[in-house]
Design a protein around this ligand. Sequence first.
Ligand code: KG4
Ligand code: ZN
Length: 340
Amino acid sequence: MILKQINILAIESSCDDAAAAIVNGKDLLSSIVSTQTIHQQYGGIVPELASRDHQKYIVPIVSQTLSESNLKLADLNAIAYTQGPGLLGSLMVGCCFAKGMALALGIPLISVNHMHAHVLANFIEMQGQPLFPFVCLTVSGGHTQLVYVEDYLNMRLIGETLDDAMGEAFDKVGKMMNLPYPAGPTIDEYAQKGRISHLFTFPDTQVPGLNFSFSGIKTAFMQFLKKNTANDSDFIEKNIYDICASIQNKLVNMAIYKLRCAVQQTKVKAIALAGGVAANSALRKAVTNYAEQKFLHLYMPQKQYCTDNAAMVAIAAHYKFLAKDFQDVHSAVPMPRLEF
Ligand code: KG4
Ligand code: ZN
């Protein structure tokens, strides 16, 4: 007898991207992401506007993902949603919607930790088994973490940022140069036009151990701009590509250094990248070179699964479904500060 594969609808609404996806077993049937653009004019995310946008888009994106998957509501076997961490209002929209659907359809509800989902984005459309255990460097707009991954459902934090996240550092230095929010992708693009990646140098601002700190480099960058624009008011405009290449190189080196330390300590044979900043071309290249040098297996999600998406929530839910890890519909609440 051939067992029917389960269909899981997943909803991601932790921040400013409204997303829905459906998996059939491990196979991704469709993945829709609607990125909110309203925040650009404010230079950062406005939580109240984000939750209102989620309310507006949740029904259309769920309908679209169902029709792209050629499924009806009755074909769904479980509903998954991001429980946290994230913005309370945004999480609330996804949580209430998922609870309502699970109740109405009489199917299980699965809650997913957003940071676990980022790690598991590595296995979307992956054939075969990953080499466990591995260390994952998760770098996003709100988090910077080193994670020791024992298997799909067992992972623990071995290092994290004590202040700003790596994506936040990209966005903040970009803001100082008047680049649009979020500045990470623009810095990546401009850096590729830079002449050399270390034309401008910045001080070391690392903390000991496996934790990260990015707030010192942000201050150093502000001083660097202040000093140079005092001598030449067009300094940023004239040097934008080289400045982007240099600061990107510094941020990437800081992250890679900690990844190396984690590999030395844990003696793993495989590493992975995850989170929005994992889409950065210099970081992907640097991690690839490091893995080749040290003969390590390397997992990197496709670029569209690095930034927030619901496919990663769906794949995490697939493994939770297999473990029958369901949530009681009546007691499910969003958890903005959900621990790892
Ligand atoms: O994972 P994500 O979509 O959302 C959070 O959970 O935070 O990450 C968003 C972050 C932003 O800070 C954005 O600037 C950064 O990822 N980002 C990048 C690139 N693409 C996105 N940073 C550097 N280079 C990129 N190509
Ligand atoms: Zn994220």
